[in-house]
Every structure is written in C-alpha cells, then in structure tokens.
Design a protein around this ligand. Structure first.
Ligand code: PEP
Length: 250
C-alpha cells in the first residue's frame, strides 16, 4: 500500500504573515487527517515562520527548489541543508516552470535530487511534456528522458525517499486537466520505467503524484486510478476549502 500524498505548491504567492495564517488554518482544518501525507511548499522567506506553525501537526514543509551544493559562492541559491534548517523535510525539484523559465536541465535536476537525498530529505521530482510534445506524439519519449536523467545514478535504497510528480505542462495553471485515462497512462508508463531502471519492488513502492489543474471536482476521478498516488496542487492549494477537499478525496 502506498500512502497518498497531497502537496501544495504555493509558487510565488503570500507574504510571510499571509503564509503563517494560511498554514495555521490548514493545521486546524486538517487536524483529523491521518491517512494522507500533506505537504505545503511556501516561498523561501516564509519557511521558518510557517514551520513554527506546523509544530505538533503532521503537515510537512517543502522547499520549491534548491541548489546542489551545501555552501559556497553561489549567490542567490539555497541548499537542501538550509531548507532543512528552516524546517523542511522535502524539496520540489525540476518543476516545469523552472525547466522552462530558468532553463533547468535534466543533469542539473539530477544533481539537485542527489543532494536532497544525501541531506535525508524527500525529493519530489517533477516531469511532464509540453503541449507541442504531446501533439507530436513525443510525450512518452520526453517522460523517459526526464525520468532517466533525473534518476541517473540513484540506488533502489535512495528511491525510497523519492516521489515523482507527473505534471503535463499543458495542464499546469490552465484549468485543462489531463483526463483520468491520460494521467493513468502516463503514471503506468513512469512506473514501468522505474521498474526497468531499478526493480519491480521499487516501482511498486514509488509514489507518483499527478499535477496539473487538480481541483475539488476532478481529484476523485484522478485518485481512483491505479497508479496515481496523490497530487501536486498549485492554484487550488491557495484556497483553504479547495485544498482541504482535495486532501479529503474520495
Ligand atoms: C503546479 O504548479 O505544480 C501545478 C500543478 O499548478 P496548478 O495546480 O495550478 O495547475
């Protein structure tokens, strides 16, 4: 059995004070949830104050990005160790916005994954094809490249702390969710890739989240799919009622 994960990616939203009060609302509203792992990823500046609000609750804190070095002359960057110091236990890596807007390569993403795992934190590796790639029938090739690149050099043991998020770029922030069948097809393909790279046991244990316009009205269908183990939620994670409904999927 794979414990579901619902993760909220707050992206570039909320001041420290807004993030703190939003986190407190979530802690109260989700206090009775024990069968789903809940992760929130505020902006860096809010992490340590939000972390204080999560004390004593099962909600986990994640960074939205990291740099693959611990310390040094890397102006403007943050290491997994620093995120851990601020209260995080997970890092989102390779989000499509970073791949597209900041040109992150599979090689850099792989280094970030390794550094995060070496810091004993959960790495949430994001993959997903663009609309052009899907229309050109290249979606599965792109996923294969991103998964092989992102997971290069990892051991089956390290995979225990790694979560994959399938996020088709055309579905992120567009309101256009992948259909349940499209998402299941991609997830099953990714699980097959993990089995080929590692082994069947690792693939069965690996949690694969879907991301891309997940909302209260589509989460149930997505979560009913065999290979969908949770959701990475952007827009709907910024509304308490919507995020809570997603956490309480049927
Ligand atoms: C995301 O940013 O990871 C995401 C899935 O966004 P949205 O839910 O808004 O599509």
């Amino acid at each position: 059995m794979r414990t579901p994960i619902i993760a909220g990616n707050w992206k570039l939203n909320k001041t420290i004070a807004e993030a703190e009060s939003f986190a407190s609302e979530l802690v109260t509203a989700l206090a009775d949830v024990s069968d789903v792992e809940i992760i929130i990823a505020p902006v860096f500046t809010a992490l340590s104050r939000v972390s204080a609000r999560l004390t004593g609750s099962p909600l986990r804190l994640a960074g939205q990005n990291c740099y693959p070095q611990e310390t040094g002359a890397f102006t403007g960057e943050l290491s997994p160790l620093m995120l851990k110091d601020a209260g995080c236990s997970a890092v989102i890596i390779g989000h499509s916005e970073r791949r597209q807007l900041l040109g992150e390569s599979d090689q850099l993403i792989n280094l970030k994954v390794k550094k995060t795992l070496a810091t004993s934190m959960t790495a949430i590796l994001c993959v997903g094809e663009t609309l052009e790639e899907r229309q050109a029938d290249q979606a599965l090739d792109v996923l294969a490249r991103q998964i092989k690149g992102g997971l290069a050099g990892l051991s089956a043991q390290q995979m225990l702390d790694l979560v994959i998020a399938y996020e088709p770029v055309w579905a992120i922030g567009t309101g256009q969710t992948a259909s349940d069948e499209q998402a299941q097809e991609a997830h099953s393909f990714i699980r097959g890739l993990v089995a080929g790279l590692f082994n069947q046991e690792t693939a069965e244990a690996c949690r694969i989240l879907y991301g891309g316009s997940v909302k209260p009205d589509n989460v149930d269908g997505l979560m009913a799919q065999t290979d969908i183990d949770g959701a990475l939620v952007g827009g709907a994670s910024l509304k308490v009622a919507d995020f809570c409904r997603i956490v309480r999927f049927n």
